[in-house]
Design a protein around this ligand. Structure first.
Ligand code: HEM
Length: 177
């Protein structure tokens, strides 16, 4: 078991991070769209509280993931065509950007609307912005549209890895599993 990425194999920290963030991010997208759509009820507010708590703890996990990239080695992508390399770099870059935009916009939306963020009933985050309805609405729009873009890009990312595995029959998917 190797800690760092090496030639054509991802290191264990990179893999652990990839799958933890993927499961949490996709669950937050699904629950987010669902909870925003259902009528007001105790179940809805319970889902909001869970969504906010998981979203808030995902931010430091994402920051650690990004920090680790600076210390880890690059994966060997020399077998990919130039077009594939450009496609993968821009898709991955956009996903990293959205991984920051989603939790930050969610937190700013809640705080600007005057709602505190209590993480699993354990502690409350300091209010970083004062109540500001216009900022709250702007952040809600960012959260909604960026969520839609993220869902589309994740679908493309999954389809691309399945294409490599089943059609091109290379090891792109295997090296992340
Ligand atoms: C990476 C993390 C996150 C993802 C992927 C995510 C995803 C989503 C999605 C897809 C929606 C539905 C948007 C809509 O239909 O309007 C949503 C709604 C919401 N999210 Fe997040 N979210 C994340 C983090 C957060 C955080 C950290 C907070 C606050 C602490 C938060 C607070 C909310 C709230 C309050 C709503 C309901 C908005 C409304 O009622 O219009 N989210 N989220």
């Amino acid at each position: 078991m190797q800690l760092k990425t090496n030639d054509n194999k991802y290191g264990v920290i990179r893999k652990l991070n990839h799958w933890t963030v993927s499961i949490m991010f996709i669950s937050l997208l699904a629950v987010g769209f669902y909870m925003a759509d259902i009528p007001a009820s105790p179940e809805k507010w319970e889902l909001y509280a869970m969504h906010k708590s998981f979203g808030a703890i995902l931010l430091p996990i994402i920051l650690i993931r990004m920090l680790w990239l600076a210390f880890d080695n690059k994966i060997d992508n020399s077998k990919l065509t130039k077009l594939e390399r450009i496609g993968s770099a821009s898709l991955h870059g956009s996903l990293y950007l959205l991984m920051l935009i989603m939790p930050v916009s969610g937190m700013l939306m809640s705080m600007a609307k005057g709602y505190a963020i209590n993480v699993f009933g354990l502690f409350t985050l300091p209010m970083l912005v004062e109540k500001n309805e216009a900022l709250g609405v702007a952040m809600a729009n960012v959260h909604f549209y960026a969520g839609n873009v993220a869902a589309g890009l994740i679908l493309m990312h999954v389809l691309a890895s399945l294409f490599h595995h089943f059609i091109k029959k290379d090891d792109i998917l295997k090296r992340m599993v």
